[in-house]
Ligand binder design. Structure first.
Ligand code: CMC
Length: 427
């Protein structure tokens, strides 16, 4: 069986043989299909990239129908059970799990780059107390680009490595300081004695304790949530990081763009939207009425549905279990009953079954974050911090891929033909 596709152009009667590799044809191969020699050639039209691979990637494997997610081949469930976020970040960046020395060196380099320039504190003062922390995260990532001008040398592997470490290291600091600023609390400097997540919790929640001790269950829960959010192949924000990075923009502004994409309620902002939705529903008895309104097209069931998963999101399964550990410490989140009822009704309802709508990663994560004391505005930030390692792995892979060029989609022009300028007096 030949791995080719025969296409007959009924406009000309000509037949073309197009190679199939990895279940894919190259869109550029369609260009040979022309009606006349000066014809541009056939293009494919795929708004929202519904069926177009934009890259080859060895980082994350996702089978949406089977509900499978693997980082560099390792099942997400095993990583969530046995790994740590920093080890996973190493895995994403380097392609292999580290040995003891490699992990130690990696953790050390991350934990010794957690401080940010004092200017950032002054920059924070320019915001209103209620400025959304995601807006600030986007801005601060771009601001960091102004401090590290050597980061522009994106083709230099050594420089690239340095800034990868800096970004992963500084994400918790800028996020925590934005949070402290919104409360009017003094900023807490990073502590290299704590773990990545322990340090983050300290910078967020330390008040007057000389030594902040994070609760081990909550610290581990946050680490697991970070593992689950670290990468998700070519989603909206990763595509933004790759797209902006393809112009050879530095990693800080590439990640600012990715964070801006993540901010949206259809993407990383969904966890915040879920919490607001659960609060609005208010009581289990209101769930059927809410489901009916969703089916009537009056809004979406936030935290449900996914472009790729047409099955239960494997991350949601891990999070649902994790919720029990967290609630055992913090007390049960009263909104959980509403979420469970929503899930129960939705999973047995024809509307959701037909459309293969299942809970996604954002459906339960917000409940855990809220129980841990995070305000809802921080939820997308908690998504962005670990996703930075995924964005950076994808950004590096894109730069090292000889087939990649500046990202530049085509269009089908639908505007007017050429026409003469009309002077103001004649309009
Ligand atoms: N509630 C109700 N109906 C839905 C939902 C939902 N959450 N999601 C999709 N549908 C319906 C949609 O209206 C459409 O129905 P119809 O065929 O009658 O027009 C059908 O299901 C297919 O949906 P779609 O909009 O074509 O699917 P998509 O792949 O373009 O959108 C999505 C994927 C995630 C944007 C969408 O499911 C959604 O908006 N979900 C709610 C927001 C959310 O939870 N986002 C987090 C995604 S997971 C974290 C991440 O990776 O970012």
């Amino acid at each position: 069986m030949a791995d080719t596709l025969s296409i007959t152009d009924n406009r000309t009667g000509k037949t073309y043989e197009i190679a199939i590799q990895d279940g894919t044809i190259r869109a550029a191969d369609l260009r040979q299909i022309k009606v006349a020699s000066d014809d541009f050639g056939l293009m494919s039209y795929d708004p929202a990239f519904m069926n177009t691979a934009s890259c080859r990637s060895a980082i994350t494997y996702l089978d949406g129908d089977a509900g499978i997610l693997r980082y560099r081949g390792y099942p997400i469930e095993q990583l969530a059970e046995q790994s740590t976020y920093l080890e996973v970040a190493y895995l994403l960046m380097h392609g292999e799990l580290p040995n003891t020395q490699q992990l130690g060196a990696w953790e050390h380099s991350i934990m010794t780059h957690t401080f940010v320039h004092e200017f950032l504190k002054r920059a924070l003062e320019g915001y209103r107390y209620d400025a959304h922390p995601m807006g600030r995260l986007v801005a601060f990532l771009a601001t960091l680009s102004t401090f590290y001008t050597d980061a522009k040398d994106v083709r230099n592997p050594e420089i690239r490595k340095q800034h990868v470490v800096r970004i992963i290291a500084k994400m918790p600091t800028i996020a925590a300081w934005a949070y402290r600023h919104s409360l009017g609390r003094p900023y807490i400097y990073p502590s290299n004695e704590l773990s990545y997540c322990g340090n983050f919790l300290a910078m967020l929640f330390q008040i007057a304790e000389p030594k902040y001790k994070p609760h081990p269950v909550l610290e581990r829960a946050l680490d697991v949530l970070f593992i689950l959010h670290a990468d998700h192949e070519q989603n909206c924000s990763t595509s933004a990081a790759r797209g902006v990075g393809s112009a050879e923009s530095d990693p800080y502004v590439s990640l600012a763009a990715a964070s801006a994409a993540l901010y949206g309620p259809l993407h990383g902002g969904a966890n915040e939207a879920v919490l607001r939705m659960l609060k609005k529903i208010g009581n289990v008895k209101n769930v059927p009425e809410f489901i009916a309104s969703v089916k009537a097209g009056e809004g979406k069931l936030m935290g449900f549905g996914h472009r790729v998963y047409k099955n239960y999101d494997p991350r949601a399964k891990v999070i649902k279990k994790l919720a029990d550990d967290v609630f055992a410490v913090t007390g049960r989140n009263p909104l959980l009953d509403i979420a469970l009822e929503l899930e129960k009704i939705a999973l047995s309802d024809e509307y959701f079954i037909k459309r293969k709508l299942y809970p996604n990663v954002d459906f339960y994560s917000g409940l855990i974050y809220q129980a841990m004391g995070f305000p809802v505005e921080m939820f997308p930030v908690l998504f962005a911090i670990p996703r930075a390692s995924g964005w950076l792995s994808q950004w590096c892979e894109m730069l090292d891929d000889n087939e990649q060029k500046i990202s530049r989609p085509r269009q089908i022009y639908t505007g007017p033909d050429a026409r003469d300028y009309v002077p103001m007096a004649k309009r």
